[in-house]
Design a protein around this ligand. Structure first.
Ligand code: TXA
Ligand code: MG
Length: 333
């Protein structure tokens, strides 16, 4: 199959909506990462997403909506707090896990009784959802296990020949996937951190951070969010996450230096080593990290030493992705 890449226009949005109505898979831009979208209410259409990604079928998909009223058509027993958070954070990087109604097929929810819903903050994708007239199931548009795509070319690299259309909305502003929350007594539990931070949510309710945000899921305990079980966000190169101050980080990397070794650093420069800088601001780190992991692969790197981000604000989201990219191989100096 030929994979078209089209900039957003009346024509391309109309085409995307038409393909989605016909049960095809289309990659769409969001403010977080690119999504691999299909009709959330069709088992056949959603099956095509799992096939294109090579994704385990017990890992549920997020359903994307364009109007908050759609939430009631898809979900039941919605807590009052969900309306408050939707009003405050939608459109935006917040996915709420709610009890699903029967019209959502098992394949979309990975066999769970719940479904994650979010309204993405991208005018073109909101347009596509409205024109198609259906909610869109959309995981990140990468091959399962690879870093999430934050530019259309990343989607093309992973999906060429597998899907008919990519809508190229440019670089994703946020760069890491949405915050996923579930509802607990008096508040919410963060299952996956993102741009809507614990600090922001705590203005509205109690906020718990699920154990799996910072820890590895082991086979004994069943995580609430099935996605945490799987290898994630990993380029082909081996990733090492190094928690250290500037001085010790630099010394450590120099000691392990080599032709196909590189570092992702917070400073602007690191003499004597292949480096990519992701800055020391949490938003900037989030916006750059996945693209840099992919770039290191393209440049033929075999080992990537990453100077670990902090764990507050949006940096927690970056840290959460990187401990997984590193297979929980964290070097603390
Ligand atoms: O920003 C995003 O959320 C992007 C864009 C495309 O919207 N999508 C995304 O989807 O990251 P995906 O499939 O790559 O990640 C969805 C995460 C997984 O970790 C999954 O386990 C969790 O959300 N999830 C989805 N539905 C859930 C549910 N019903 N209960 C618990 N976790 C759920
Ligand atoms: Mg993903």
């Amino acid at each position: 199959m030929e994979t078209l890449i089209m900039k957003p226009s009346d024509n391309s949005i109309e085409l995307a909506a038409k393909l989605l109505r016909q049960g095809e898979v289309v990659a769409v831009p969001t403010e977080t990462v690119y999504g691999l979208a299909a009709n959330a209410l069709s088992t056949d259409a959603v099956n095509k997403i799992y096939k294109a990604k090579g994704r385990p079928s017990d890992n549920p998909l997020i359903v994307h909506i364009a109007e908050a009223s759609m939430m009631e058509k898809l979900c039941c027993d919605i807590p009052k707090l969900a309306y408050v958070l939707a009003e405050k954070f939608w459109p935006g990087s917040l996915t709420m896990v709610l009890n699903k109604r029967k019209l959502i097929p098992d394949i979309t929810s990975g066999g769970l009784d719940t479904v994650g819903v979010r309204m993405p903050d991208n005018e073109h994708t909101l347009d596509i959802i409205k024109k198609a007239g259906i909610p869109l199931a959309a995981p990140s548009a990468n091959l399962s296990g690879m870093p999430s795509p934050t530019a259309a070319v990343h989607v093309f690299d992973d999906m060429k020949g597998k899907i008919p259309l990519i809508i190229d909305g440019g670089r994703c502003r946020v760069g890491v996937e949405s915050t996923v929350i579930s509802f607990i007594e008096n508040g919410v539990s963060i299952l996956r951190p993102g741009a809507v931070t614990a600090e922001m949510l705590s203005d509205f309710c109690d906020v718990k951070i699920d154990d799996f945000v910072l820890n590895q899921a082991n086979s004994g305990v069943k995580p609430i969010s099935p996605g945490v079980k799987y290898k994630h966000y990993s380029p082909n190169a081996k990733v090492f996450l190094v928690e250290a101050d500037d001085f010790h980080f630099k010394n450590y990397v120099l000691k392990h230096n080599g032709e196909k070794v590189c570092a992702i650093i917070k400073q602007e420069n690191l003499d004597g080593i292949n480096f990519y800088s992701y800055g020391d601001d949490d938003k900037q780190q989030a916006a750059k990290i996945f693209a840099l992991l992919r770039l290191a692969d393209k440049d033929g790197m075999e080992k990537i030493y990453i100077h670990a981000p902090k764990k507050d604000g949006m940096a927690l989201a970056v840290y959460n992705r990187l401990i997984r990219a590193a297979g929980f191989d964290i070097i603390k100096l």
